[in-house]
Design a protein around this ligand. Structure first.
Ligand code: PLP
Length: 401
């Protein structure tokens, strides 16, 4: 059957607006479309393809598990899930793991656990959740309500209650909001969708201290920042602040859908048998691939390589900006970088993305003013230089249009 981009408009719900070409194959940081055009991938499937496309270790793990056991539900446990959970607990602060299939579901689990924990330990009045403006936590109704962009949660009827917001990096505002009624604070330790906003070190420390003072759980949403993206396995490790609950997805499966919620044994104990669950969560295929990805990513070579690649990205973006003067700054950490457009190009991030696609480069935006890069953590120097040459042509096209 012949399918094209036009088929999308015929048969798909129109909630997405995909690019005009249809990719059919990928290898490393290169992707080919139906016409045989070759693209460099600086998007990584929105910070997902942590080892690029079709990494041999992931293909091997998927193939091996695919010939062994696909699915049994959580009526049974399975070896890949147990191995992955073990490795995640060894590598992080966490002692217990809950598997889901996406970032939103991992956050949903974290929020439900926080509510249950507070109810059982402190009573029903301790139920408020504080999150931050511009934050993003997924698209289920609870997580989109906790997210800090009303535009995403409005228009679907009554929202889940007791969810408050304040500005990111505004400790004073946060201190005014938190109280004995706060059960949990959910934050990204580097805001992704909101525009690649790094937290001030003092802000994160202050949030942690105020959470402790008010017996509120601190939930770090590391769905985008986790699994090596910032040059550390998880971003919290670079902030010297440990959360009570951490959620991880996107890069975790390197392209295979999986998410996880990590926490301590004491907190986990409140999600007793029957309180929460998922049919697919901890699926053997997903866990086998994620285990293979974690084995590759959580090594000094790959993690220090992220910092080297970040430096090259920053250097080449700086050279482009010297010529064309389009960015006010390049921000973010590791291979989660945002080039923020200056006043002259305010609101035009999408124009740069479209121009990049035309030059056979895949990148992302983060809001209307930021071009975002979230490539494979093992993208080669040659691919970075080739991709940046394409990006420079894209920038020139926008500037000269
Ligand atoms: C992408 C993202 C999510 C949602 O993940 P899904 O897998 O799309 O449900 C949640 N939080 C953050 C920080 C994200 O970047």
């Amino acid at each position: 059957m012949n399918v094209t981009r036009a088929t999308f408009d015929e048969v798909m719900v129109p909630n997405y607006n995909p690019a005009n070409m249809v990719p059919v194959r990928g290898e490393g940081s290169r992707v080919w479309d139906q016409e045989g055009n070759e693209y460099i991938d600086f998007a990584g499937g929105i910070a997902v393809n942590v080892l690029g496309h079709c990494h041999p270790a992931l293909v091997g793990a998927l193939t091996e598990q695919g010939n062994k056991l696909w699915h049994l539900s959580n009526v049974f446990t399975n070896e890949p899930a147990l191995r992955l959970a073990k490795k995640l607990t060894v590598a992080t602060f966490a002692e217990r793991v809950y598997f889901a299939n996406s970032g939103a579901e991992s956050n949903e689990a974290a929020l439900k656990l926080a509510r249950r924990y507070a109810l059982e330990k402190f009573g029903e009045d301790k139920n408020e959740i504080i999150a931050f403006n511009q934050g993003f936590h997924g698209r289920t109704f609870f997580t989109v309500t906790v997210g800090g962009q009303a535009a995403y949660s409005d228009g679907f009827g009554p929202k889940p209650g007791a969810v408050l917001h304040c500005d990111y990096n505004d400790l004073e505002a946060f201190e005014k909001l938190i109280s004995e009624k706060t059960c949990a604070v959910m934050m990204e330790p580097l805001q992704g969708e909101g525009g690649i906003i790094s937290p001030d070190a003092d802000f994160v420390k202050g949030v942690r201290e105020l959470c402790d003072k008010h017996n509120a759980l601190l939930i770090f949403d590391e769905v985008q920042s986790g699994v090596g993206r910032t040059g550390q396995l998880y971003a919290y490790m670079g902030l010297n602040v440990t959360p009570d609950i951490l959620t991880t997805a996107k890069s975790l499966g390197g392209g295979f859908p999986i998410g996880a919620m990590l926490t301590t044994a004491e907190i986990a104990a409140h999600l007793k048998a029957g309180t929460h669950g998922s049919t697919y969560g901890g699926n053997p295929l997903a866990c086998a691939v994620a285990e293979a990805a974690l084995d590759v990513v959580n090594t000094p070579e790959v993690l220090s390589g992220v910092v080297e690649r970040e430096n090259l990205f920053r250097e080449l973006l700086g050279e482009i900006n010297d010529k064309y003067n389009v960015f006010s700054e390049v921000r973010g950490k590791g291979l989660l970088l945002g080039a923020a457009l200056n006043q002259d190009y305010a609101g035009r991030a999408r124009d740069f993305l479209v121009a990049a696609t035309n030059e056979k480069l895949m990148c992302l935006v983060a809001g209307a003013n930021v071009v975002r890069f979230a490539p494979s953590l093992i993208i080669t120097e040659e691919e970075i230089r080739d991709g940046m040459a394409r990006f420079e042509r894209a920038v020139a096209n926008v500037v000269n249009a």
